[in-house]
Design a protein. Structure first.
Length: 591
């Protein structure tokens, strides 16, 4: 049996739209960001071709421009309450520039580098904690350190990096010869202060907003700064102004300013909605590397035949082991909590499923009782209605008074209407029980369609609707004449009912490939697209019909579809809201 499908194609459905995008989504990088980076690269290249005194001035100028860029970018792109991290970067870089200015003063005015220690060292050393604190606020804002787990990860990384920093950068300075004790303390303070930036780099590498350009530029700038500081700590005795290390420091200045100037810096100022940092592969790798710091130090020192820092490695390894165990315990607790929640949710789902099954059984039983009730009432109503209709016909034949005949005609019309409604209810009950039986015979559809049109013509004229036909000679079909007549009555009466005055209804009959096609078209109110697929449901009525209070039960099209499918045909609808509807029926020819 063919399916009932619209001939105009399947009904269209609106796909769910994408989720509403954040109105403050990060814009792409601007040409100004790349222009700043390009000019900074040119300035660094020019720096190496200048004489010594000019190099000092240019060095301070590049740093000062970067400080101005950081403050300007934060003021331009960030709201007032979200500028703290970048103001800390700005003041930290300003301290570095102040130290550079001290160096430049000595080199330009006195022809040599400042004494060690000098006023430049406090400026340098005080600026590094400011830079590290700025990184902390960035990480806290983007969610990497906004929870206990994130802070614990940071402590693990801090201990691992601190162990390696002590063994390879700080402790060796204790055994170097310096002019004074203060000089030695100052030089040891640099790698100690850089520890904050090293931890910041590690956390930035596994951050959640690495796709933002400002984040990437900030990461590069901090990495360059730490690389230059570490290289300086390893080569203190041979370092001189104008060396390759200066180029790394200058590049860090430039990248820091570019990060602040880029509009995507707004993404670093918005708090991440995730409460916990995701335990990604990168974060797992970082934690694993930190936990392996102690054995790695032992291996490196053994291979390099250096003095083994047994106490430092032992204490650092123990602390790292405890921290990793705490982190592991937290993960285990999280997994166990997730399993407990899963069991609870699964139990609730099973209970809900059982309740739903029980409610479905109740609904099915109620639906069965409703069908039985409708069928029983319909049977009980059919007998008295038939009797009423018969006695009214007898009265009409004997009544001579026009006024009384008019009243009896109204009663007769409504009695027939009630009888038709009862018949439809009984027929729907038969369909629900699968008891539709047809007495098939060869049917001349031309004659059936003509009779149905003539029967409906008085109703069409009363409603001011023009009823037209376009009937062609068609082959006979195999079916039940009374049911096919009922089908046509339903379609034509529906078309008339939903067509306003001065509209038209056209019934067409034509031969198709191995079938006979019946079309009932109207110029009525049409059917909304969202309701077309429900037109053939039992008791369904469109919202437009309800709003206009058009009488009906919602059974006509349901019965029509059942009749068509019982004859091995198919029925479809094509409609445009406000301009009309066309129902198309295809029935196979006899034989």
């Amino acid at each position: 049996m063919a399916d009932s499908v619209p001939f105009s194609g399947t009904l269209r459905r609106d796909l769910p739209r994408d989720l509403h995008r954040d109105s403050q989504s990060d814009p792409g990088s601007t040409p100004a960001t790349w222009l700043y980076l390009g000019l900074g690269g040119v300035a660094i290249a020019v720096y190496y071709f200048l004489p010594k005194n000019a190099q000092s001035v240019v060095y301070v100028a590049i740093g000062a421009v970067s400080v101005a860029a950081v403050f300007a970018g934060a003021t331009r792109h960030l709201p007032r309450g979200r500028r703290l991290a970048w103001y800390l970067f700005g003041f930290g870089l300003l301290g570095q520039v102040a130290g550079d200015a001290v160096y430049a003063f000595y080199e330009v005015s006195r022809g040599h580098e400042p004494p060690n220690p000098s006023l430049a060292d406090p400026a340098y050393l005080l600026s590094l904690p400011l830079l590290g604190l700025g990184v902390f606020f960035v990480l806290r804002r983007v969610g990497s350190m906004a929870s206990r787990e994130g802070i614990l990860d940071t402590v693990v990384v801090f201990c691992g990096v601190g162990l390696m920093q002590w063994v390879f950068f700080i402790d060796p300075l204790k055994h170097m010869a310096f002019d004074s004790r203060w000089e030695q303390i100052a030089q040891m303070a640099y790698p100690a202060a850089a520890l904050l930036l090293l931890v910041g780099i590690a956390q930035l590498l596994v951050g959640a907003t690495g796709r933002v350009l400002a984040y990437q530029l900030l990461l590069v700038s901090i990495a360059l700064w730490v690389a230059a500081d570490e290289a300086y700590s390893l080569d203190i005795e041979r370092y001189r102004g104008g060396s390759w290390i200066d180029g790394i420091w200058l590049a860090a200045y430039v990248f820091w300013g570019a990060a602040a100037l880029d509009p995507s810096v707004r993404g670093l100022a918005r708090r991440d909605r995730r409460g916990l940092p995701r335990l990604t592969r990168a974060r797992l790798g970082l934690l694993a590397a930190a936990s392996l710091a102690a054995p790695a130090v032992l291996v490196i020192e053994r291979m390099a035949h250096h003095h083994v820092h047994a106490y430092a490695v032992g204490i650092g390894g123990a602390i790292l082991g405890v921290l990793v165990l705490i982190r592991l315990a937290g993960l285990v607790n999280s997994v166990e909590g997730a399993r407990r929640s899963e069991r609870v949710f699964r139990h609730e789902a099973q209970q809900a499923q059982q309740l739903l099954a029980y409610q479905n059984e109740q609904l099915l039983e109620l639906d069965r009782l409703k069908d039985e009730f409708v069928s029983s009432i319909s049977h009980e109503l059919r007998t008295p209605l038939t009797s009423i209709s018969g006695y009214i016909e007898v009265l009409l034949e004997s009544e001579t008074d026009d006024e009384r005949r008019s009243h009896l005609s109204i009663v007769d019309r409504n009695a027939h209407r009630l009888l038709g409604l009862v018949s439809d209810l009984l027929f729907a009950a038969q369909l629900q029980d699968g008891r539709l039986e047809l007495e098939r015979d060869d049917v001349d559809l031309t004659r059936v369609v003509s009779q149905a049109v003539e029967s409906a013509r008085p109703r069409a004229e009363a409603g001011g609707v023009r009823l037209d036909t376009a009937l062609a000679d068609v082959p006979l079909v195999k079916g039940a004449p009374d049911r096919l007549a009922q089908l046509l009555d339903n379609l034509i009466s529906n078309a008339i009912k939903f067509t306003p005055p001065d509209g038209s209804v056209t019934v067409r009959l034509a031969a198709a490939d191995g079938a006979v096609s019946i079309e009932v078209s109207d110029t009525g109110i049409g059917v909304p697209e969202a309701e077309r697929e429900r037109l053939f449901e039992r008791f369904f009525r469109s919202q437009t019909a309800l709003e206009r209070q058009i009488q009906g039960t919602g059974l006509g099209l349901h019965i029509s579809k059942a009749i068509v499918e019982a004859h091995g045909g198919r029925i479809g609808v094509d409609s445009n809201e406000g301009s009309g509807t066309t129902f198309v029926v295809e029935l196979p020819v006899a034989g």
